[in-house]
Design a binder for this molecule. Sequence first.
Ligand code: SAM
Ligand code: SF4
Length: 460
Amino acid sequence: MPKIEEIINENKVWQILEETKNPSPNQIRKILKKALRKRGLNLKEVGFLLNTKEPSLIKEMFSVSAKIKKEIYGERLVFFAPLYISNFCVNDCEYCGFHVRNLAPRKKLTMEEIKQQVEILINMGHKRILLECGEDPKENPIEYVLEAIKTIYATKSAKGEIRRVNVNIAATTIENYRKLKSVGIGTYQLFQETYHQATYEKLHHGPKADYERQLFAHDRAIKAGIDDVGLGVLFGLFDHRFDTLALVSHAQYLEKKYGIGPHTISVPRLQPAPTVDLSPYSSYLINEKDLLKIISILRMAVPYTGMIVSTRERPEIRKKAFEIGISQTSAGSRTNPGGYGKKETLAQFSLQDHRSLDEVVESVLRQKLLPSFCTACYRSGRTGKKIMRLLKPGKIQYLCRPNAILTFKEYLEDYATSKVKKLGLKIINRYLKQISDDNIRMETENRLKRIENGERDLYF
Ligand code: SAM
Ligand code: SF4
């Protein structure tokens, strides 16, 4: 296993933050110019951006990261939904509603209940699930998680199925990661919460308190053959400049060591949660402007990494986040096991976007973005290095735009309200015209007709 310093060197991070204080507008503009080359930024450059307070310069950052997002990801926005299968947890993470000190009754879904939840999600129009649960070796052993994943993939509803299950469960062993790989998971996500070791150790009690277990989890997952791993920080636990710089350092470490950076980065922000006292975090809680600034900086620092914002954030902020860097998002979410269909069980934290998937899709369409339910890459074996080889020269555009169009067309045919369908067809036409390769465009048109005639799951 690596040394902590290979991933994050705390002294170096502090030193960079000190050295990059009070950047001049010229320095920032030079960095923004470099960012436009889409080769990423070094830690010092990220430090300068993080230390920028001048609103007009932050506005310039947003327009640069929006341009990068557009060039790499085009107009697409990928949707998923979290599925909480169990809120049993042996850890006492200070910030989490599932922590063991919360004496509220716990719920673990049976396979039948998981099937019911999945049917509800499929009937909303979802094709991707992010499976989540607490850490409890007795209640939620790996066998339970594996069975849940198999159940999700096996569940078919009238018009659809879940085609990709991403997983966000506690750090575990190489053997367990191999098992997760063997049942066909998409991305394995795990957040470091905070990279600041002393704070991490203070905020966690139980097996998760082991900083190295958490920090090296992605290395173990990659060694077990999981190509796509996701990183994240829970913003609000510690100095966001420190954690953002550390996150970039972790991403660069993975890229250097394995030749593939993280598949995704998540930017969750601390939210109110049952039995959680937020007052100790008051000096670290970040506002929405800071969150947007972080998203913009991450898009410039690691341009080819997918970035996720969840329903923890308000619709207005999500809208701006989609513009300046976010490529994937959840919609219609619940954070309690059995929550789809209104079962009252303990929720992990509260959400700020309560709209249905269809309502979020509508607002995304009004933003002239193209909702995507695509899962083609992972199912065609385009993961890890293979996807990077396509992403970097921009080749992926030839696949993603048509695949987004085809999966969105399925959504419009099967799940959308008539208002959204009307709007959606306009957006499909708009982007269909922009497929520059004549053969691919004609084949996409042909497949759109096949979807109208009842065929499903057509992808490039
Ligand atoms: N239990 C596993 C773990 O802790 O790694 C799996 C993921 S947990 C269900 C999902 C994530 O929720 C955590 O990693 C944490 O970042 C986030 N979270 C916990 N409490 C939160 C809160 N009060 N507000 C926002 N996000 C929170
Ligand atoms: Fe358990 Fe995860 Fe919540 Fe910690 S963050 S208490 S490990 S569910």
